[in-house]
Design a protein around this ligand. Sequence first.
Ligand SMILES: C[S@@+](CC[C@H](N)C(=O)[O-])C[C@H]1O[C@@H](n2cnc3c(N)ncnc32)[C@H](O)[C@@H]1O
Length: 373
Amino acid sequence: MSAVAARHATDVRPFAGLDVPVPEEVRRRIDFVLGLRHHWATALFRALRAQYERTVAAQPKKPRSGEEAGPIVEALPLYPAFAWYERNIQKMMWRALTEACEAHREQLVAALNAPVPSPTGSLSLDPSLKLPDYYTETEFHIQPGGVWSADLNAFIYELGAKVIFLGKNDDYAFHRLFTQTAIPDGDYRDILDMGCGFGKSARPFVDRFPSARVVAIDLSAPVLKLAHRQSEKLGKKVDFMQRVAEDTGFADASFDLVTATMVIHEQPMPVMRQTLAEGYRLLRPGGRMVVLDYHRTGDPLRDFLMLGHARRNNEPFMGHILGVDTAAVMREAGFREVALLPFDERGGGPREDGTWPARDDWHFPWVVLRGRK
Ligand SMILES: C[S@@+](CC[C@H](N)C(=O)[O-])C[C@H]1O[C@@H](n2cnc3c(N)ncnc32)[C@H](O)[C@@H]1O
């Protein structure tokens, strides 16, 4: 492996535990894309920041929000390059990942649909489920066909989630950190993970709360199949079901903990409100809902770039979540003890003092939003 590949750790582990290698040529391309991404998030972002600070220093009226910073940022010489890199790195990444998976299409799709021997958890798909239009009409993250339209897309998405953090997300440390640090101690008997994807957000609950029943739902059949297969392989008992987060069909008061990580920014505002209300309905008294998502930071440059990220990454509803007080939305849904805490995904977890991690690279403004019934 080349030095660059080793640095970026893109000799990614086999897909879903299947021993399928990434072809060397594709791996090199992924490394190249990740090298670009690293350059974009560090050197380019810092240079853009310097241009922004110089321009703002010369102005009598300082921008106070992302919206106010917009015209200034858009006029900076480096902004077109910053924006171009962001969108095109993402497109190049999907192209390389798609090729990596296409090289093993038959094997991967057959394995995904083969019966899982002696499962401890379960998989329940609903072929009659009507997927919402807001979901099928958007290619979120610019992934061609989204995560739902074909079996192979689940593997492509899984591989993307591994490499997108520049090789720093081995074994999904991000989600384990969230589960260990953002969920208050409690006697949780039934846990629901809404929008579980291929299972990386659901599995850590099995480790942290071994006596709980973990149920995980998603709209996409391909990712649920992958989630089930991988969970069984790893010995994590999870019941996966194809259901809609905002209208799950579960009985009132049937869970003690409801979570949704990286999901509500993919929903239109009324649906996001409905999802929080559904979480409230599903909880037993005293139960908790804990959400991991994005929030504006109060740094006008970062907040404007995040609004731009929403456009460049095909996230048509993300702007809504960046524009509202999600803690207030949670209170409106009936929750008490609501807290909104910046989340340091590089090890710190939720920041109880409410401050954002001090980093000079570009990174996502993660927050933990939690409330109690
Ligand atoms: C960005 S992924 C996050 C997956 C996982 N929670 C994680 O943190 O890795 C968003 C997931 O939410 C699912 N999703 C989006 N809207 C949903 C909805 N209304 N109901 C159920 N699942 C939904 C998508 O299919 C996708 O798998």
